[in-house]
Design a protein around this ligand. Sequence first.
Ligand code: SF4
Length: 403
Amino acid sequence: MTEESESSEQRASAQHEPAPTPEGRHGHAAPLPSIDQDAPHLFALQRDALREWCTERGMQRHNADQILDWVYRKACADPMRMTNLSKRNRDLLAQSMRFTTARPIDHRVASDGTQKLLMAWERGPAEATPTTLPMLNAVPVASGRQTECVMIPADPRRTACISSQLGCPVGCRFCASGIGGLEGNLTAGQIIEQVFHLSALDAVERISHVVFMGMGEPLANLSAVSDAIRTLHAEWGFGISARRITVSTVGLPTAIRRFCDFELPVTLALSLHAPNDEIRRNIIPWADFSTIEELLDACDEWFRRTGREITLEYILLGGVNDRLEHAEELAEHARRIHANVNLIRYNEVRGMPFQRPNSDGVLRFQEILRERGVNTHIRASRGRDIAAACGQLRHEHATASPR
Ligand code: SF4
């Protein structure tokens, strides 16, 4: 969930840009040859699989490396512009490989440079993986369904905030993404494709950080998220350091323990959002499945097994979880598991009853945590004038016109 701080001037200066072309920064005007609808999705393929696909079709193994270079280094997903491939190979690719499968249908640029894309997916891919959590009953994404992704600039960083699911099964009472529940899991290819579209935006040379803080609960789509992280990290892919990839979870102890075995040293963030179980159950339906105590035990195991500190994410909701005694409770939890704390001032969502707390209260809340030795940051406010909070843009589209 991206954050804010706005003024009326900022609101006035937010821009609606024409949606970018699906081919990326190097898009072309000529129509492509018609494509086999069962063709593989380029963004779902790891390098070895692409090399195999190429050699099976009479291409050279190194052609796969050239294709990956165009896509991940040059932000070009138009095979007809891959000029170091032969004409025959370009035609073959155009007919037999799906590159971009999402259409950006809304593109907004905030006064602080944050950019948000609303993407409509072409169809539910056959390779969608079922969730390992039984209560979710996820299905592949259906044609035309929408997810969001955001690019947040903070020189020299370019952070991609991406979605892992269509909708969200958790249904936090303050979040627009949870409205309507879970509609489907994104595939690894669909997750990666979001980063591609963000990397192809103007003013983005290269994505340096990725946060799984968009729509969905990443650990409920662990197989696809794990594959996507491998491509984000790979030197033939986006080449992003694992420590610059953050997976944010609302937390199920078994899922966190399973994630301890993941081979790459990514950063884990726990969306705690409440100082005690009573408040947490009121705002996060999944809090019924585990107590804060059980979650902290799983986080403790993460710290012991991986040696990496965890971050506690805490959305401050005015009058709900922002009292000074709540800060004291939160400090106890953070100290117990050696966690940092990120405080996030709530962005109001139309139709939801929660309020944004005032700045003085937030600073006092932070002070209490710091006095107790907890490393605490107030997350910088970004993109509020373009509905950058999780699920907000999709919600605006859904409520503005009948689906
Ligand atoms: S805050 Fe995160 S976990 Fe909760 S409903 Fe929104 S996307 Fe899902």
